[in-house]
Structure formats: C-alpha cells, structure tokens
Design a protein around this ligand. Structure first.
Ligand SMILES: [Zn+2]
Length: 140
C-alpha cells in the first residue's frame, strides 16, 4: 500500500486533509468465487471538523470528518477510504475467471445442452431390461 497525505487549510481556514491512497486488495470474485486482485485508488479531500454542526457550511466538493478532540487515527482513515473505493461487485476481467468444479456459471447453457445430448446417447437402462425380458420369453 502506498499513500500520500497533505495537511493544510481550506478557504475558511479549517483543517484540510488531502492526498491519495493506493493498494492492491485480494477480494473474492463475485462471478467465479476465486481470488481476484483489485487495485484500489482513492483520493482524499477531507475537512477536519471539531463538531458535526459546522459541517453544513462546507463546499459541496469537500467531505467532512468530525474528529472532535480525539487524535486523528490516520490508518483508520486510510482503511475507510480504501473500503469505500472497493467496487461493489469485485470480479475478474472478462475471460479471466477461474473455472471451479461444481460452480454453475452464467455462461454454461451450452454445456448443459451438451450433457443432455450425451445422456440421450447412453443406452436407457429400462430398454436393456426390456430386451432381457423379451429374450427370456423367447426361450420359454
Ligand atoms: Zn472470477
């Protein structure tokens, strides 16, 4: 993970935290359930406020973070930003999914059809029984 944070003041002379954070995260692909590495890139522009009340007069492009009198936990903040930047449905790029046995994939309609054809070619066990029965009757 790499990040860069810059502390400054906004136009209203409030504490302003800007920067970016980048990290590669291992997530579960929602298509094949395999592991997928997602590169997350989040940028920060936060006004640090002592109280919730003063959040109302912020410039709309700025997010606010109420820190109160607590020391700012930068790593928690970075973690939150990374979590927010994770895609809602992490998955491999098209064609990169792993094929896992037992996992029914959306695009498996073709193979289901092939399986049905294979079943039709197999001798029907009842037909075999029927043939034996006919044979027995012939001998009697
Ligand atoms: Zn996948």
């Amino acid at each position: 993970m790499s990040y860069e944070l810059c502390f400054g003041r906004d136009l209203e002379r409030r504490a302003l935290l800007t920067g970016w954070v980048r990290s590669g995260l291992w997530l579960v692909c929602q298509r094949c359930l395999g592991e997928v590495r997602i590169d997350v890139d989040a940028s920060l522009a936060l006004v640090l406020l002592k109280t919730e009340a003063s959040a109302s007069d912020l410039q709309p492009e700025l997010e606010s973070l109420v820190v109160g009198d607590q020391p700012l936990r930068v790593l928690d903040l970075i973690e939150d930003e990374l979590l927010l930047a994770i895609p809602a449905i992490p998955r491999h790029d098209d064609g990169q999914c792993q094929t896992l046995p037992g996992v029914v994939r959306e695009e498996s309609a073709g193979s289901v059809e092939a399986e049905a054809t294979a079943a039709a070619e197999r001798p029907n066990p009842f037909a075999v029984l029927g043939a034996l029965k006919d044979q027995g009757q012939g001998d009697a």
